[in-house]
Design a protein around this ligand. Structure first.
Ligand code: FAD
Length: 141
């Protein structure tokens, strides 16, 4: 039983590039053991993350992440049972915002800013799919 979950949250002000690297390092260490894959996006203080894997593993991880003091306003955007993974190649990939074409953000929202709080979960999921399709994800494995 595979599921896909997506949420958004707001980073606390103390979260900087170093903290982001620590989160990614921890994710890459923990997720393979739990059979979880996914992608994390961090832009202008906003996190967006997709988690895929077994239902129990994904739910346990989501509850742990939601309780993490490094972010707040955790909002579940999307949850579905899936037949196959979309992000199987990443224990936790990171969206490379430097390679992000602003036109892609404009395609899905009113301005060229990543704001999952202002759009539907469906739109955020569509944006994630395009980010992966355009190879703007780093951190293979
Ligand atoms: P330990 O690393 O031993 O941590 C023990 C406790 O300390 C936990 O409660 C942890 O939350 C807390 N803690 C650790 N470091 C810090 C710190 N620098 N500041 C504040 N509290 C801290 N974890 C994953 O395993 N996979 C993921 O995909 C993942 N994605 C994340 C995405 C976001 C946006 C955030 C904020 C966190 C994410 N985490 C992820 C981290 C997760 O919230 C837990 O911190 C981590 O899973 C705990 O790992 P551990 O069980 O090995 O405990």
């Amino acid at each position: 039983m595979l599921v896909r979950l997506m949420y958004a949250s707001r980073a606390v002000p103390a979260v900087d590039q170093e903290e982001l690297v620590a989160i990614l390092r921890k994710s890459k260490a923990n997720n393979p053991k739990a059979g979880v894959t996914g992608v994390l996006c961090f832009s202008e203080g906003i996190f967006m993350q997709v988690l895929e894997g077994g239902r129990t593993a994904v739910n346990q991880l989501y509850n742990r992440i939601a309780a993490d003091a490094r972010h707040s306003d955790v909002v579940l955007l999307h949850y579905e049972e899936i037949a196959e993974r979309r992000f199987a190649g990443w224990s936790m990939g990171q969206v490379n915002m430097a390679r992000l074409n602003p036109a892609l953000l404009l395609k899905y929202s009113e301005c060229a800013r990543l704001d999952p709080f202002a759009v539907s979960g469906k739109v955020s999921m569509a944006l994630f799919d395009e980010l992966v399709a355009t190879a703007a994800v780093m951190g293979q494995g």
